[in-house]
Structures are given as C-alpha cells and as structure tokens.
Write a protein that binds this ligand. Structure first.
Ligand code: 6PG
Length: 463
C-alpha cells in the first residue's frame, strides 16, 4: 500500500514516480498499457521496492491508503477521460492531482466537477523537463489548502531546493497553479526566442559554433546565468553522429509547440494585457512552420545586406535587458490574472519557486523576488529601483543590437518587441491622441481631454 500513486508512466510521470520513491515514499504506479509500468519497474533498480505496480485502475486505487491521493500525469487531452474513469473508484475526501500542462480554464472546470462529487482537486504545474521531474522540479500548486495539506510533505520533498527552500508552494485557488505554469512557459518561449535571435546575429557575424558555445558559456558565468543559456552553450558544442556537422545544422528550423505559449498570449489579450515578447516568440514558432513560403520569399527578396556585427558585450547586455522586460511582462500578466480570478497570488513567492528546478531558472529571479517583495511601482518590474539602474545600463546596447539587426535584414522579433514595449511605456505622452481623434472622427466614439474632467468629448469634425 502507498499514500500516493501516479497514473501515466510517460517520461514525466515515470520520472516523478521515481523521484517520490527516491525520497523514501512508497508510490503506486499505473499506466493504461501495463507494458510501460513494467518497463519503469525494470529500470528502477533499488527503488523497485518502493514502487507498488498496478495493471488496472481498480488495482491501482486499491493499492492506496485512505484518503487516497492520485497524481495524473498524462497528455492534456486525456485528463478528462482519466478523471472520469477514476471518479467512480474514489470516495469523498480522496484527492485527484492533475500534474500535467493543463489549460487553466480546464483546471477551473475540473476542480468544480471533482469537488462537486466530494473529492479534492489540485491543478499542479511541474517544470524542469525530465531531469527536473526526476531529481527536483519547480512545483506550482493550485486548488485548496485542504487538498494540498495531505501531500505537502511529499511535494516539498521532491521539489528542487534553492538554498534549502523548496521550490514548491500553494499559490491560489482552482487554476492558479496551472496559470502560473502557463506564464512560466510563455516566459520560457520568449527567453528561448531571444537566445535564438542572439545566436542568429552571431552566426550572421560569422562566428563558428565553438566561439558561440564559449561565449554563451562565458555569459552563463555573469548576469545572464540561467539554465537556458547554459544548455545553449552545451548544445552548440554537440556534433551530429552521422555527418559530423554541428547538431544545430542538421536540425530542421521548424519549432514545435504544444500550446502553453499560445495560451499565455490568448489569456493576456483576454485580460487587456499584452506580453509582446511572448507573442513574438509564439509568432516566430508559427512562421518557422512555413518553410516553403520562406524559401520562396528568400528568392523574391534576397538578403543583400552585410553582416549584423555587434560586440559581445552589447549582445550580453541586450539579452539581459530583454530578459528583464520579458519577466516584467510575465509578472504584470500574473498580477492581472490574480485580480481577475481572485487568487491573491504572491508574486514574490512565484519568483522564488522559479529560482531552481524549472526551465526558466536564472540568477535574475532572486533579484526579481526581492523587487516584487518590496512592491513594484505601478506594477512594473522595469520601475523597481534595482531594475531602473540595470535597464539604464543595458538599453543602449539593446538599441545598437536591434539597429544592427534591422539594418542588415536580420529577424529579431522578440528583441524588437521588447524594445518597443520599453519605449512605449517610458513615454508619458504617446501617440494614441491621434487614435482617439480617428475613432471619434469616423464613429463619434468620444475622447477625454487633457484640460477638463469627464469623457465623451468630440472634435469639431463637421466644421
Ligand atoms: C517545463 C517545460 C515543459 C514543456 C516543454 C515543451 O517547464 O518543464 O515548460 O512543461 O512541456 O518545454 O513545451 P513546447 O512543446 O510547447 O515547446
């Protein structure tokens, strides 16, 4: 018998189960096709004794002590079916945890229907890829404190630790955990895109893989220290076994996406927010799918420019500036969602539990959590004193990098979007006065005046 079980022995489910076993908890394991469960057991070594395998869902539920805790780790589109199969086998007080990458709207719906049946429900975001799941992920929990209480010790034990602090916490009700994970992934998309843009510029500048790997490695020792910069350096060193070419040169440049980046953008827009670096990253992945179109367009509009020559220090500073702006957009989005859904999200805590284990872990997050804890002026990370100073230092470099890219016809959608976001927000008076005039001109939509209270003023268009 075990206190907790995992159903879904895919890469992430198996890794989480082994992590739980590694932390000295017995764990029931199940998969729809039992071969996968058997394979996990076969590879579990001395952890096998902690695993309680089950071939059917009935046997799986029967191997759990009451109140039961079932962790579902399956593809997002299979979650409803698994919950439907599980519910008749469970009793009031039992807990269902969806630990996959669910859309938070689905989590809110599922939380309602599961709780209506007297069961407890958690929607939990788990980040860190396979290695994280196996040895310490970052874990974002949403649901109710009552549902979290029975498994809190297990979650904290298996989570990554930042200076001893578990990178796991209860963040808010219903979909809060999955929403925070979705925004995490949106930031992940943007950070990956920004790094890819830097790589593109370095390649255009004629750098070879070794130089680039060394440069990313060097950056990883400084203010850009992060998992994504670190693995970029590693990736650029790797060669294809068959051809001996750098591995990135044999990889088709079409990026996949399972939806979390897109969900971030959709939810941002629904709330009247705009996370432009994330939007650009999602767009870049979508455009990447258009290989034939890109070939035709390259033939129609040949790249004639020279090289996008930028200094290493400018590139490093540009990446830091855009990373700050991206995290800032993510934080603003979380704040908006917290208001909208009454989650009372502790944004500083969110930054804290992203400091280790997750894909976007970076040294910057420690400073972000301190800045957020002190309260962000106007809700904007860019206005926190520590970040005002850093942006003043790095934005000139970002301008030089974006300018060099533009002049040379290099594609830098996320860098350019970040810079435009910054330049728009730092203007006390922008250009939407004209937009308002146009709206009023063609549709009498009305506007506010700078010199009088109230709204609904109209221009003397008929004159
Ligand atoms: C994580 C990752 C992970 C995500 C992959 C792939 O935090 O461990 O975000 O959850 O599934 O990064 O996502 P895409 O296929 O959408 O790129």
């Amino acid at each position: 018998m075990a206190r907790i079980g995992v159903t879904g022995m895919g890469t992430m489910g198996a890794a989480l189960a082994l992590n739980i076993a590694d932390n000295a908890f017995d764990i029931a394991v199940h998969n729809r096709s039992p071969e996968k469960t058997r394979a996990v057991l076969a590879g579990a070594g001395e952890l096998t004794e902690r695993l309680v395998p089950a071939e059917s869902l009935e046997e799986f539920v029967g191997s759990l002590t009451k109140p039961r805790a079932v962790l579902i780790m399956v593809n997002a589109n299979a979650v409803d079916a698994v919950i439907e199969d599980l519910m008749p086998l469970l009793e009031p007080g039992d807990l269902i945890v969806d630990a996959g990458n669910a859309n938070f709207n689905d989590t809110r719906r599922r939380a309602n229907s599961v709780e209506d049946a007297g069961l407890l429900f958690l929607g939990v975001g788990v980040s860190g890829g396979e290695e994280g799941a196996r040895f310490g992920p970052s874990i974002m929990v949403g649901g109710t404190p009552e549902a979290y209480a029975p498994i809190k010790d297990i979650i904290e034990a298996i989570a990554a630790k930042f200076e001893g602090d578990p990178c796991a916490d209860f963040l808010g009700t219903d979909g809060a955990g999955h929403f925070v994970k979705t925004v995490h992934n949106g930031i992940e998309y943007a950070d990956m895109q920004l790094i890819a843009e830097a790589y593109g510029l370095l390649r255009a500048d004629g750098r070879d893989m070794g130089e680039m790997a060394a440069l990313f490695g060097q950056w990883n020792e400084g203010s850009l220290q992060s998992y994504l910069i670190e693995i970029t350096s590693e990736i650029l060193k790797v060669r294809d076994r068959d051809t001996g070419k750098p591995i990135v040169d044999v990889i088709l440049d079409q990026a996949g996406q399972k939806g979390t980046g897109r969900w971030t953008v959709i939810e941002a827009l629904k709330m009247g927010q705009s996370a432009t670096a994330i939007e650009s990253a999602v767009a870049a992945r979508s455009w990447s799918a258009l290989s034939e179109t890109r070939e035709a367009a390259e033939a129609a509009f040949p790249v004639t420019g020279g090289v996008a020559s930028v200094s290493d220090s400018d590139m490093e500073a540009a990446l830091l500036a855009t990373r700050i702006l991206t995290y800032g957009q993510g934080m603003a989005l979380l704040a908006a969602a917290s208001d909208e859904f009454d989650w009372s999200l502790d944004l500083a805590r969110v930054a804290e539990i992203w400091r280790a284990g997750c894909i976007i872990r970076s040294s910057l997050l420690d400073d972000i959590s301190s800045a957020v804890r002190d309260e962000l002026p106007h809700g904007q990370l860019m206005l926190a004193p520590a970040f005002v100073a850093r942006l003043n230092e790095t934005i000139p470099a970002l301008r030089r990098v974006v300018t060099a890219a533009m002049v040379n016809g290099q594609s830098v959608p996320a860098m350019a979007a970040s810079l435009s976001f910054f330049d728009t927000l730092r203007r006390a008076r922008g250009t939407t006065d004209l937009i308002q005039a146009q709206r009023d001109f063609f549709g009498r939509h009305g506007f506010k005046r700078v010199d009088r209270d109230g709204d609904g003023f109209h221009g003397p268009w008929a004159d």
